[in-house]
Design a protein around this ligand. Structure first.
Ligand code: GMT
Length: 379
């Protein structure tokens, strides 16, 4: 099949998922065309089945806001027509679903061909940004106009029906992880650098936006450190980072934290970690937590959104109410004191991650594509 994938190229979960999906489809022989404004961060492989089309947004003194959506739709039209795409799969509704609708209509008008558009909803496109009155009518319209709609968790499907007048079936195809990539033995030298005295290692990875509550991560570390030596790795970057650093100084734990910025080799960092902290106010799914589980890291998270669909209370980790730092800290301390239980839970986290292995989920997308593909065979 010839598939167009549209996503954000940044470190966000939707871009990571879309890129990993595209790479997996290319490995299976499909021709995959990424359409976005920058090379996606995880698109770091050479594969003759992968194509990248950059959306250029020409500026003009008149434009305070260069019209990205118009440039994106025009690039989609260009790629659909020149590479004879069988379908477009857009990740994150805003503005990808509406741009895809526009591109579809233009191609229909020019050639009479009806190119299927599949929209995958990821999270904040529905729960935060999309609900804003400024965007809502366009989001509702373009989701309804998509040929197929998928959501990355049952929770996100429910939230979408609650917030938008969606008239179509939303299919849940969960996020996935390439377990073989994360199933790594810790590198001793690396562990020594991070925890030179055998300290326990806590880790958090996100885009440090308000919804992630990174302050709670720092507070948990401060509590844990009252009982045992521990280190915290803060992976990623974003608007809440200065606040997290300031809080760490106030609580006297700054020397136990490494802010390591955006990292591509997550599997190596996770391999030396014990507990992944995700105290988010909302997570449609929590892809970062799933990657941690695939690396045998126990997850302590909130019970918000779809997190309980991957993190199982008392089995793969622990779930607390949003903001309940005391409960998250108590659990971390009890677990880190009990080596045997820690090892059992690490193994259970890994087993749970296997359910979401890339090998199980990618065929679900292929099945969906086949349903909407042109009547002429697409493979
Ligand atoms: O807000 C983020 O965490 C980034 C955002 C994105 O779309 O890039 O992540 C959302 O999509 C991820 C991939 O499907 C999910 O794993 C995250 O849970 C979701 N984030 C939220 O719902 C806050």
């Amino acid at each position: 099949m010839r598939i167009g994938i549209v996503c954000y190229p940044t470190f966000g979960g939707s871009g990571v998922l879309a890129t990993e999906l595209g790479k997996a489809l290319a490995d299976k022989g499909h021709k995959v065309h990424f359409i976005t404004y920058q090379q996606p961060v995880r698109l770091n492989v050479f594969n003759t089945n992968i194509f990248y089309h950059e959306v250029r947004v020409p500026t003009y003194p008149l434009f305070d806001y260069p019209p990205y959506e118009v440039a994106l739709a025009s690039t989609m039209v260009d790629v659909i027509m020149n590479y004879d795409l069988d379908l477009l799969h857009v990740h994150y509704a805003i503005p990808h679903a509406s741009a895809a609708y526009m591109a579809k209509q233009i191609v229909l008008n020019k050639t009479g061909r009806n190119v299927p558009v599949i929209t995958t909803l990821h999270g904040t496109d529905i729960t935060l940004v999309g609900r804003d009155k400024t965007y809502e009518p366009v989001v509702t319209f373009s989701i309804n106009e998509s040929d197929a709609i998928t959501a990355v968790s049952e929770n996100l499907k429910t939230e979408t029906y609650k917030s938008f007048a969606i008239k179509k079936e939303i299919e849940v195809i969960t996020n996935f992880v390439d377990v073989s990539r994360f199933n790594k033995k810790p590198i001793d030298a690396f562990k020594k650098v991070i925890a030179p005295n055998g300290e326990k290692v806590l880790i958090h990875a996100s885009n440090f936006r308000k919804v992630k509550r990174v302050g709670d991560v720092v507070k948990v570390l401060a509590e844990v450190k009252k009982y045992m030596p521990a280190k915290l790795l803060m992976v990623g970057d974003g608007p809440e980072r200065p606040m997290a650093e300031e809080l760490a100084r106030e609580l006297g734990v700054i020397d136990s934290i490494s802010f390591v910025g955006k990292q591509e080799q997550m599997e190596e960092i996770l391999a030396v970690s014990d507990i992944f902290l995700l105290p988010s106010e909302y997570e449609s799914f929590g892809l970062a937590a799933l990657e941690a589980m695939a690396a045998r890291v126990v997850v302590i998270s909130t019970n918000a959104g779809g997190l309980s669909e991957i993190n199982i209370q008392g089995e793969t980790g622990f779930l607390a109410n949003v903001g309940d730092v005391a409960a998250m800290s108590d659990f971390a301390i009890a677990l880190l004191k009990n080596e045997e239980r820690l090892e059992i839970m690490k193994e259970k986290a890994y087993k749970k991650a296997l359910e979401f292995d890339i090998k199980n989920i990618v065929p679900q997308y292929e099945k969906l594509y086949n349903r909407y593909c042109r009547m002429t065979p697409c493979i």
